[in-house]
Design a protein around this ligand. Structure first.
Ligand code: NAI
Ligand code: OAA
Length: 309
């Protein structure tokens, strides 16, 4: 497996480390900043004798080195600062993602692409539009992260092991995301058996604001430890063809009443990328929230002024 990470900043480098240490494949870490990805890759390779990692990690400023990757992970672009929304990054990051899409389109026709740069759902749309790749091979990472935050907040509140908590967050990666508390469980037991409604609502609000909470604490830039773990989970499901059920930004063609748009929905993730979108039996309220989130994304996609495909 050849896995290329475009953008060797906080998210890109941490993701490289996680993927490389798990031996999921050879990692190519690309950035436009001269020597920096090479320095980070060398630093990681020097830990190989201590960690026993067999795959290699290569830092580069030459996009050609990433040619014919099985998977591209796009983490290049600006991160938000306190007071900014993810949508404020749209114009600058759309330019960056467009350039990368052209490079991938030219040299790596068979790759799977995971977009991470924000605003992620809109930039995933842009990536699919520019590369013209089949939609099952272009996806965005957000739902796994948002769900992990929701799961952690529930576990922290109950004082129990985080891995016992399952939960899913759908919708766009923004204030309108849809944490589905009705499907949240502690080892299969609904969380409403453990927590009062007001507490669950507080945890939902904290999840929606989870990215901003970290931005506020860091004072410069945004989260990267949990995001990189979320990316790694998606990559592992693809590389090992695990067919896990994970929420990802996926191309909807009528599912959940959403048409021709990327939005966070549950998918089966395997060696072909998104193998299926799973339609959950949502209540009218949940479905309404998901469609409202999709409308917000559509308004931002319109700002890209793309001619219809
Ligand atoms: N989808 C999600 O859930 C999450 C998304 N993000 C997003 O990921 C992106 C990266 O965040 P960080 O790594 O913290 O930022 P960072 O500023 O640490 O790293 C960004 C890197 O991109 C590089 N870059 C800029 N233009 C490039 C180009 N044309 N080609 C290659 N590299 C280029 C920069 O040199 C820099 O090293 C941001 O847009 C952030 O909002 C971050 C966390 C979670
Ligand atoms: O909050 C941000 O800007 C970065 C991000 O998407 C997250 O951590 O959820």
């Amino acid at each position: 497996m050849k896995i290329s990470i475009i953008g060797a900043g906080f998210v890109g480098a941490t993701t490289a480390q996680r993927i490389w240490e798990k031996n999921l494949g050879d990692v190519f870490l690309y950035d436009i900043v001269e020597d920096m990805p090479q320095g980070k890759a060398l630093d990681m390779m020097e830990s190989a004798p201590l960690l026993g990692v067999e795959s290699k990690i290569v830092g580069t400023n030459r996009f050609e080195d990433c040619q014919n990757s099985d998977i591209f992970i796009i983490t290049s672009g600006l991160a938000r600062q306190p007071g900014m929304s993810r949508d404020d990054l749209l114009n600058r990051n759309a330019e960056i993602v467009s350039g990368i899409a052209e490079n991938i389109q030219r040299f790596s026709q068979d790759s799977i692409i995971i977009v991470v740069s924000n605003p992620v759902d809109v930039l995933t749309y842009l990536m699919a539009y520019k590369t013209k790749f089949p939609k099952n091979r272009v996806m965005g990472m957000a739902g796994v992260l948002d769900s992990a935050r929701f799961r952690y907040f529930i576990a922290e509140e109950l004082g129990i092991a985080p891995q016992e908590v399952q939960a899913m967050v759908l919708g766009g990666h923004g204030d309108e995301m849809v944490p589905l508390s009705r499907f949240a469980t502690v080892s299969g037991v609904g969380i409403e058996h453990f927590l009062p409604r007001e507490k669950i609502d507080q945890l939902i609000k904290r999840t929606r604001e989870g990215g901003a909470e970290i931005v506020k604490l860091l004072k410069k830039g945004s989260a990267y430890y949990a995001p990189s773990a979320a990316i790694m989970e998606m990559v592992e499901s693809i590389v090992k063809d695990q067919k896990r059920l994970l929420p990802c930004s996926a191309w909807c063609e009528g599912q959940y009443g959403i048409h021709d748009q990327y939005v966070g929905v549950p998918v089966i993730l395997g060696k072909n990328g998104i193998e299926k979108i799973v339609e959950l039996p949502l209540t009218g309220k949940e479905l309404g929230e998901l469609q409202e989130s999709a409308r917000h994304l559509a308004a931002n996609i319109a700002k890209l002024n793309l001619s219809h495909r």
